[in-house]
Design a protein around this ligand. Structure first.
Ligand code: URA
Length: 278
């Protein structure tokens, strides 16, 4: 079995993509994209870039804090104040600030905050939802089952964790019981991701799942209808796809994630050769 076959098998794609009558050779001209893939034409053009400088502004109010938090938190501040606090921080100071953050209730049950991992000057930024149990324990994003699938997804487009790739989450602390982060938690944490993006200056961002897409695009988004489109985050293209944990539960949608990754890679190539949009 070739490396490519084993990657596709890992993603659960091998049997799905093989053409019944096709010769058993690597089918695509670029050696990665399977010949049987039918990529839908991109649907509608992307919406105009948002004007707001503070993502999730409308969600930034805090009204869900418990009366007596187990751990003292800093007073809630709005997104603007948070961003101002972080402006100018370098990686070390930003990481330290994230690790010490007590700006929302998620700090109360975490083992540690999970800032992110990878190449600080990566062209590719992948943004997940929030740490799970293993990430909370180890302090690194996507190290559990979903992380294994993410690594396979990266490998499928010739990428590797840490090598021109940075991986971060929309919230840096584990939501209890792995629940979806609340809007106010996403809003509280967003300035950290925004500062990470300023420091990394990625060429392309891939939002993994709805919370990541919502945080980045400041709009309620459904992955199914946002796939295949190129959005904009302050001049950086954003592509959305399914979260690896969702794909583990819905393996048939891995094929769509594969299309999305191929789309992302084409966008990256087109932009590098000056043919891109944005
Ligand atoms: N899911 C995420 O969204 N992020 C992680 O780091 C792990 C699982």
């Amino acid at each position: 079995m070739t490396r490519r076959d084993s990657i596709l098998r890992e993603m659960g794609l091998g049997p799905i993509w093989r053409l019944r009558d096709a010769p058993d050779v690597a089918p695509a001209d670029d050696g990665v994209e399977p010949a049987a893939v039918q990529v839908d034409p991109p649907p509608a053009p992307p919406p105009p870039p948002r004007q707001a400088a503070s993502p999730l502004k409308s969600l930034a109010s805090f009204n869900s804090a418990p009366a007596e938090p187990a751990v003292a938190r800093t007073a809630p501040a709005d997104a603007g104040e948070r961003s101002a606090r972080l402006a100018g921080l370098d990686w070390a100071a930003l990481t330290e600030t994230i690790l010490a953050c007590r700006d929302c209730t998620l700090c109360e049950q975490r083992t540690q905050a999970v800032p992110g991992v990878g190449d600080p000057q990566a062209d590719w930024l992948f943004v997940g939802e929030g740490p799970g149990a293993e990430e909370d324990a180890r302090g690194e994003p996507f190290v559990g089952k979903a992380g294994k699938l993410l690594d396979a997804m990266l490998a499928a487009i010739d990428l590797k964790r840490g090598d021109n790739v940075y991986i971060a989450n929309a919230v840096k602390c584990r939501p209890p019981l792995n629940r979806t982060p609340e809007a106010e938690e996403l809003a509280a944490c967003f300035p950290y991701l925004a500062r990470q993006i300023e420091l990394i200056r990625p060429k392309l961002i891939v939002a993994l799942g709805r919370p990541a897409a919502q945080a980045l695009l400041n709009t309620d988004i459904r992955i199914a209808s946002a796939r295949g489109r190129c959005f904009d985050y302050h001049g950086t293209p954003v592509i959305v796809t399914y979260h690896p944990a969702y794909l583990l539960r819905n393996p048939l949608d891995k094929a769509k994630a594969w299309e999305d990754l191929c789309f992302a890679r084409r966008q990256m190539r087109d932009r590098a050769s000056g043919q891109g949009e944005v």
